[in-house]
Ligand binder design. Structure first.
Ligand SMILES: [Zn+2]
Length: 152
């Protein structure tokens, strides 16, 4: 698949033809992608817990990757994807203007511009497990004499 998460794609066929959106998820196994605002379906969600309310949720359903085309940042056109090697790495390039489509490399190419628009990296939360200190509660019972067996 030539489409990756966070790419902007244009839907080229089907009900949402002509609509652009950001790729939210890719499913390489099934060759499908989920595009923001495209192929919206209503899901009827039933309340499962006491405080839940049954509701109708609108969300994107996956569409086939062949129904979308990658949109180039540089020329703004939907394009097929070519490949090139930059710094020893295989990158995706725009077939129409030749710009590198992989964001990491596009950034490298224009270092100065990148300094201005620092992408806010999603803060990864490293879950800190509260370490269980070996707090064996010392009760007063420890001092109490062991009860005799047979007394149940
Ligand atoms: Zn282009």
């Amino acid at each position: 698949m030539n489409v990756k998460v966070n790419d902007t794609v244009l839907v080229i066929t089907g009900k949402y033809k002509g609509k652009q959106g950001k790729v939210l998820k890719t499913e390489p196994k099934t060759n499908r992608v989920i595009v923001e605002g495209v192929n919206l379906v209503h899901k009827h969600e039933k309340a499962r817990k006491a405080n839940d309310t049954s509701r109708i949720v609108t969300e994107e359903a996956p569409i086939d990757v062949s129904n979308v085309e990658l949109v180039c940042d540089k020329c703004g056109k939907a394009t097929r994807v070519g490949h090139a090697v930059v710094d020893g790495k295989r990158v995706r390039v725009c077939k129409k203007c030749g710009a590198v489509l992989d964001k990491a490399y596009a950034k490298k190419a224009k270092k100065a511009a990148a300094a201005e628009q620092k992408e806010e990296a999603p803060k990864k939360r490293t879950r800190k497990r509260t370490q269980k200190t070996s707090e064996t509660p010392e009760t007063a019972e420890t001092a109490a004499p062991a009860t005799e067996k047979g007394e149940e």
